[in-house]
Design a binder for this molecule. Sequence first.
Ligand code: ADP
Ligand code: MG
Length: 245
Amino acid sequence: MLELDRVSKAFGGVPAVDRLELAVEAGRTVVVIGPSGCGKSTVLRLLLGLIVPDAGVVRIDGAPLEPSAVLQVRRRVGYVIQDGGLFPHLTARRNVTLMARHLRWPASRIAARLERLVDLTRFPADGLERFPIELSGGQRQRVALMRALMLDPDVLLLDEPLGALDPLIRFDLQNDLRAIFEQLGKTVVLVTHDLAEAAYFGHRIVLLRAGRKVQEGSLEDMVERPADPFVERFVRAQRTLHLEA
Ligand code: ADP
Ligand code: MG
């Protein structure tokens, strides 16, 4: 269970997240959506303990996230960002296994976990010895996902993980990701600015504007019962395909 309890965070006096209430139950996927600059990435960084709120409380399993516990939290939470954030000087294998080696896992345990993840993410095994620059965008995101899952965290935080991919690769990875979430039963917070993607993944969608929650619910709620004109505009701005008869 992840929780933001009236959390605020400002940068240079400008609120990035403003008195936000957010609760994510264990095993569920919540999608945070909204226009660029509305505070989506800040929400994830607050949940990770990378930044400290100005006001309000971040709770994990009911306990406030204390600065002293941040390292522990980082091991229970997998984090994927838009371009993958892989270390360019490490091979895919080394990127994925970095933390496990740091924690001195035995080689056999690392190998077994890696094999499982290659399977799960449908990553080509011969790609493991390649450097990030030698992989496609979709493959890099599969490596980033393996890295995030390596220590078998309870929680996955994904910041526009598919945002930089072309439509075909994105479609495949959407399918694989959703299957992985369902199979593993992780608690997931996924950030996107694409409403169709949000609806595909989310049990629940939280729409932000200027750091504030505008509406929370299903896609149907937002389309049929928009909370205000901004929601209507946001929904209308998502193009769908129309063929002339
Ligand atoms: P989103 O991910 O929705 O695009 P962000 O959470 O990255 O938005 O940013 C929200 C607001 O906070 C933006 O106005 C951004 O410029 C500002 N912001 C985010 N992080 C920082 C930072 N480290 N320093 C200064 N301003 C920041
Ligand atoms: Mg962002």
